[in-house]
Design a protein around this ligand. Structure first.
Ligand SMILES: Cc1cc2nc3c(=O)[nH]c(=O)nc-3n(C[C@H](O)[C@H](O)[C@H](O)COP(=O)(O)OP(=O)(O)OC[C@H]3O[C@@H](n4cnc5c(N)ncnc54)[C@H](O)[C@@H]3O)c2cc1C
Length: 411
């Protein structure tokens, strides 16, 4: 029954990948669309993910193998959807692919990167370092090949990478192209982006390099991150002797995100433990409104409470200032339990910014006031999953993704 079903999945993060393999393994033909040149979404950028603190390749590697082994899955990277027409059982989708100048002949020899003279900010590491215009995004990249950033590459005027490539793997003449797919059902798995911390004026992000966000902390702690896993102050490359975590940075706040992202408290506790693992003597303070951890993540709370150098303080941070005498940061908050104002001087601050749903600008897709998709408002045959619907952790996202594979097949 399912062999003839054609399903389009928009978003190649862990949720979209899961729906793709689950649907294809019971006979559906799947087109998996990803706007970036590689799959993996936000999870691939984590150092380790809770509850078990696995490195990201734990869940992703096996799924990449399942994709490779299944001819029913076609992956279209660097691709977005421009239009959806038709109805359930007969959707016609117009897509556009940006040129990928490196093909599958690439052996990762790296000769191209050596001769490339153009540099770009590395968005994978939240701009904390740079890569060449031709770069290898990370070890787990799928498809496994170099990528060229067409927005900065000098193209045929330079041509050095093409000249040095012995495998005929680079074609700088490639152009973007449009194509159409006919599908029975559509799954939206476009996930999330971090809230833009520059919008939170009182927390000074962007004004001082030692104020970073939680997603940046994941990259600093990751062995393939900009500091090879050493958590160092961006301002001077030294280990931080003190760190303040600001929970709910911009979350549960009518001026920013009115909702709770559900994962940030657990992420902040996890990250506090990253620091004590590397620097047991560092003084860490977590300011929270209320501690929203559940299920197996309560283990973090117990572990954190047992750490002598981590203090949990109930209180919303009002502002962060710079100490002009010594360059350190001053965090001001009310300690709710004592009723006193706390002024903490610290070397580094981590802002726990929340999850903002990525948007598909298509007239068929309806969003709630916060930008999440409400499935009941979608046309029959189109289904949103995981963080495109509401903030979820990986395990809840995967359950949703698997359930929705069934729905898409039955469509
Ligand atoms: C700081 C932080 C730490 C976290 N730590 C953990 C943790 O330790 N454990 C845990 O379980 N969860 C954690 N989470 C939550 C976890 O990141 C999410 O559950 C997970 O990313 C959801 O995966 P997803 O595939 O739904 O979305 P994403 O990972 O966001 O993937 C979506 C994909 O869709 C692509 N896409 C977006 N728009 C388009 C488009 N228009 N066209 C095509 N493709 C598109 C994106 O490029 C991306 O590849 C954390 C979250 C935060 C904020």
């Amino acid at each position: 029954m399912t062999a003839k079903k054609n399903i389009l999945i928009i978003g190649g993060g862990i949720s979209g990948i899961t729906t793709a393999v689950e649907a294809a393994e019971v006979g559906a033909n799947v087109h998996l669309i990803e706007k970036l040149p590689y799959l993996g979404g936000q999870v691939v950028k984590m150092n380790r993910y809770f509850p078990k603190l696995c490195p990201p390749y734990c869940g992703l590697e096996i799924n990449f193998r399942r994709i490779k082994q299944n001819s029913r899955i076609q992956v279209h990277t660097s691709t977005v959807v421009n239009k959806i027409t038709g109805t359930k059982g007969n959707f016609i989708v117009t897509l556009r692919s940006e040129p990928e100048f490196v093909n599958n002949n690439c052996t990762l020899c790296g000769e191209c990167e050596k001769v490339c003279e153009t540099e770009r900010l590395n968005e994978f590491n939240f701009n904390m370092d740079k890569t060449k215009a031709i770069y290898f995004p990370h070890e787990m990249v799928f498809p496994y090949k170099y990528v060229i950033d067409g927005s900065v590459c000098a193209g045929k005027d330079c041509n050095k990478c093409t000249e040095v490539c012995k495998y005929n793997a680079i074609d700088l003449k490639r152009k973007s192209f449009a194509f159409e797919l006919k599908v029975d059902s559509i799954v939206i798995a476009t996930g999330w982006e971090p809230y833009n911390a520059l919008k939170i004026d009182n927390l000074l992000f962007g004004k001082n390099p030692d104020i970073i966000t939680n997603v940046m902390m994941e990259r600093l702690a990751a062995p393939n991150g900009p500091t090879k896993g050493k958590i160092l102050k961006p301002s001077n490359g030294k280990p931080p002797k003190s760190v303040v975590f600001v929970h709910c940075a911009g979350s549960r706040d009518e001026n920013h995100l009115s909702y709770c992202s559900g994962v940030c408290c657990s992420a902040s506790l996890k990250q506090a433990l990253y620091i004590t693992e590397q620097y047991p003597e560092s003084k860490i303070k977590n300011f929270y409104i209320d501690m929203r951890v559940s299920g197996r993540n309560e283990d973090f709370l117990s572990k954190v409470k047992a750490e002598k150098n981590i203090e949990l303080i109930m209180g919303k941070v009002a502002r962060i200032k710079e100490n002009s005498d010594n360059g350190s940061l001053i965090v001001e908050a009310e300690d709710v339990l004592s009723g006193k104002i706390r002024i903490e001087e610290t070397e580094m601050v981590v802002l726990a910014t929340g999850i903002v749903p990525s948007r598909l600008e298509l007239k068929n897709i309806k969003y709630d006031d916060s930008g999440f998709i409400i499935n009941e408002m979608l046309e029959d045959g189109i289904y949103a999953i995981a963080c495109s619907k509401k903030p979820l952790d990986v395990s809840a996202s995967l359950k949703d993704a698997t359930g929705m594979a069934l729905k898409a097949i039955q469509s």
